[in-house]
Design a binder for this molecule. Structure first.
Ligand code: CTP
Ligand code: CA
Length: 224
């Protein structure tokens, strides 16, 4: 059995994956979040582990479960925590994949007590969060870096801009155009675009199957 395992294509490779939403605190009981289930990132982690990789999975709040013993789960809540956890591991990994739906903005200040309702209108001042993926791109040495993009217009053009801006090797463009694709769905319609801007549209398929396609891209990268 040990002999079989040593032949797995990603044996000896370390992979960092971000997954899930982030929650940005407003006060002790409230936050800004989103509907990401985390499933895409957890499915990639499972598929990579099955191919022999050791995986560090940095995940925002999610109901998804980790079962494979080669996956180390690092639970985080906010974008800042995700940033810190990723940079703690990034120097040691061969591949990093950003599948998390990181909040783009967070409250400028977190109220220390529960905010009481008073005026008829109420607003919260927001500031940008850290871009975890862009920071990994800026710190890149030899890592193969994969990002996701969710676009609703000028999809391919915007995804190409993200490849350049974040110094990526591959981007997985998520299409909302098609019925079965999206946040809470079990399926995804993706297009792969590499750093040479070669565009490869994929069929609508389960998130498990998309995860397998992504892991196959990683295997091809190491075999090239
Ligand atoms: N991402 C990240 N940290 C952020 C925002 C995004 O790591 N603060 C990562 C996501 O995990 C994804 C990629 O960046 O892999 C693209 O996310 P997306 O929301 O599509 O793009 P943004 O750069 O946030 O730009 P916008 O939302 O304006 O399109
Ligand atoms: Ca965003």
């Amino acid at each position: 059995e040990a002999d079989l395992e040593s032949k797995l294509p990603l044996k000896g490779k370390k992979i960092l994956i971000t997954a899930g939403p982030t929650y940005e605190a407003i006060d002790p009981v409230r936050f800004i979040g989103n509907h990401s289930s985390g499933k895409m990132g957890y499915d990639i982690a499972q598929s990579a582990a099955e191919q022999g990789a050791s995986v560090v999975l940095v995940s925002g709040p999610s109901h998804c479960k980790v079962t494979h013993s080669a996956i180390e789960l690092i639970p985080v809540v906010s974008a800042q925590e995700m940033f810190d956890a990723c940079h703690l591991h990034y120097a040691k990994v061969d591949v990093a994949i950003a599948a998390a739906a990181v909040a783009d903005y967070k409250p400028k200040t977190i109220a220390s007590q529960k905010i009481k309702k008073s005026e008829a209108e109420f607003s919260i001042e927001l500031e940008k969060t850290q871009d975890v993926l862009a920071s990994l791109g800026a710190a890149k040495k030899n890592q193969f870096l994969i990002g996701f993009a969710l676009e609703t217009e000028n999809e391919i053009e915007n995804a190409k801009l993200k490849i350049q801006k974040k110094n990526l090797d591959l981007i997985v463009l998520n299409s909302l155009q098609d019925e079965g694709a999206g946040f809470k769905k079990a399926t995804n319609k993706v297009t792969f675009i590499d750093k040479n801007f070669s565009v490869e549209p994929m069929e609508l398929k389960s998130k498990e199957a998309v995860a397998t396609d992504i892991v196959n891209k990683i295997i091809s990268h190491f075999n090239a």
